[in-house]
Design a protein around this ligand. Structure first.
Ligand SMILES: NC(=O)c1ccc[n+]([C@@H]2O[C@H](COP(=O)([O-])OP(=O)(O)OC[C@H]3O[C@@H](n4cnc5c(N)ncnc54)[C@H](O)[C@@H]3O)[C@@H](O)[C@H]2O)c1
Length: 441
């Protein structure tokens, strides 16, 4: 559904009027296109104190942007604050960013590099945790479609592990991601032939559930763009729409209800050479306040959104269907973080997804060489949100730092980042794709 307010504020009279009325000023977001694959302008590399990780300059040099130490119009700023270990050291963060923050180009990116707060050193833990509050506040201040994130690299680790994350965050692909904290593991990508940057998922097989339409179809499309062989799965009742989506993407259609007892076996049969990327996207809502919710509405949401995800994940991992170096990406929601009236079942299922990825991620990496992450979309413009009553819809759209809803492609780009062959250090993470929604912030 068209966001008419965003269109209005894109015109001179509309901008004048809404400014005078003190209304939100959403900036049109610059998303990835073939013609505009990267930000336009240099990346300003700053350091607060001494770095506690190695290879930051090399990692930034592979971000796709020209790296400079000084500029009056950066498209992106990366502040290495990994060495900040005391409250006094936070002054270096202020000293580095205060003079340059105003010069950031519209639609710009700020990424602060930090380390994991230490369980043994409360001064370091306080200083590093402080960066989270700092980043979340700066995300609310920057405006003009700019975003701000914190990436934690383990102390003494190598920034090499952060390359795929930096490529994503410092590009138009992360247009609707802001105020996020991403904690990397020490795992470094397996050395091997460098992936083609234009098609990093070449020779990989990906399966997306609930992919006939909406976010799932967008995920399938972006994974296909990145070179993957894609299988799109949806309920047999959506067969026609599924086949149309498959034809459009050159994908294979697999009509299957993911809650079927033999779903994992049917998926395994569809990928005789194994599966590299499994995206659990299928989801339903059956809203009612708990006092009015019959057991069947509760059970169907838990079954589709959570139980079938747990079951198929376990069975496919145990059967060795998901190849080493594989990626599992599940779909949570900000409702699973903030809660929502009428959605006790849905929010429980989506919070369950968060529990699943945090617990399974480390074990799946150790036992199978597979990462497990989740996206948590906020207000995304789909058929689901078009059905929301007008005033609630408007509130959902505006109550975030970017003052607009996201698009299915924004979620898809985040899934594609998790799926990258060199995203090995990204594991057990939940990335909110919500424009820094005020809900559950
Ligand atoms: N749209 C949003 O704003 C938003 C926000 C947060 C989370 N999400 C989550 O993102 C995912 C996609 O949402 P959407 O907005 O594209 O929804 P949608 O309703 O447009 O698409 C969901 C798809 O899942 C399929 N599906 C449902 N049950 C299935 C089953 N048992 N087996 C196989 N396929 C099944 C449906 O047929 C449909 O094609 C869902 O998990 C949803 O909970 C969406």
């Amino acid at each position: 559904m068209a966001d008419r307010y965003l269109h209005l504020t894109g015109t001179a009279p509309g901008r004048f009027l809404t400014r005078r009325l003190g209304l939100p000023q959403p900036a049109p977001l610059r998303r990835w296109t073939l013609e505009t694959p990267r930000l336009e302008g240099p990346l300003l590399h700053l350091t607060a104190g001494a770095s506690a990780v190695t290879g930051v300059a090399e990692a930034l040099s592979r971000s796709g942007l020209p790296v400079v130490g000084d500029t009056d119009r950066p498209a992106a700023i990366v502040l290495d604050a990994t060495g900040v270990a005391t409250a006094a050291g936070l002054g270096d963060v202020h000293a580095a960013l205060h003079p340059v923050v105003r010069s950031l180009a519209p639609g710009g990116r700020i990424v602060v590099l930090g380390t994991v707060p230490s369980p043994d050193d409360h001064h370091q833990a306080a200083a590093q945790q402080a960066l989270e509050g700092f980043v979340r506040s700066l995300g609310k201040e920057t405006g003009r479609g700019s975003t701000v994130q914190l990436v934690r690299i383990p102390v003494g680790g190598a920034a090499r592990a952060a390359e795929s994350t930096l490529r994503f965050l410092l590009s138009p692909r992360s247009a609707y991601v802001s105020g996020q904290v991403i904690e990397l593991t020490t795992a470094t990508p397996t050395p091997g032939p460098a992936a083609d940057p234009a098609a990093p998922l070449t020779d990989r097989t990906a399966l997306v559930t609930g992919a006939a339409r909406g976010i799932g179809a967008a995920v399938a499309s972006v994974l296909a763009r990145d070179g993957a062989r894609v299988i799109v799965l949806d309920v047999p009742g959506a067969r026609e729409e599924l086949e149309r989506t498959a034809d459009r993407l050159g994908a294979t259609a697999l009509p299957l209800d993911i809650t079927a007892p033999d779903a994992a076996g049917r998926i395994a049969a569809a990928v005789p050479d194994g599966l590299d990327v499994l995206v659990h996207n299928a989801g339903i809502t059956r809203d009612r306040r708990l006092a009015n919710m019959p057991a069947d509405r509760w059970a169907s949401v838990i079954e589709v959104n959570l139980d079938s995800v747990l079951r198929t994940t376990d069975e496919l991992l145990e059967a060795g269907v998901i190849a080493r170096g594989g990626r599992i990406v599940a779909t949570a929601s900000i409702a699973g973080i903030a809660g929502n009236t009428g959605q006790t079942n849905y929010a429980a299922s989506k919070a369950g997804i968060i529990g699943l990825v945090r617990s399974l991620g480390p074990r799946a990496a150790a036992d199978h060489g597979v990462t497990v992450n989740a996206v948590a979309p906020g207000f995304i413009e789909t058929k689901m949100t078009a059905a929301v009553p007008l005033f609630i819809r408007e509130a959902g759209r505006r109550m975030n730092s970017l003052s607009q809803g996201g698009l299915p492609v924004d979620v898809a780009e985040a899934v594609a980042w998790f799926a990258q062959p060199d995203s090995t250090a990204v594991n057990g993470q939940v990335l909110r794709v919500c424009g820094q929604s005020l809900l559950g912030a």
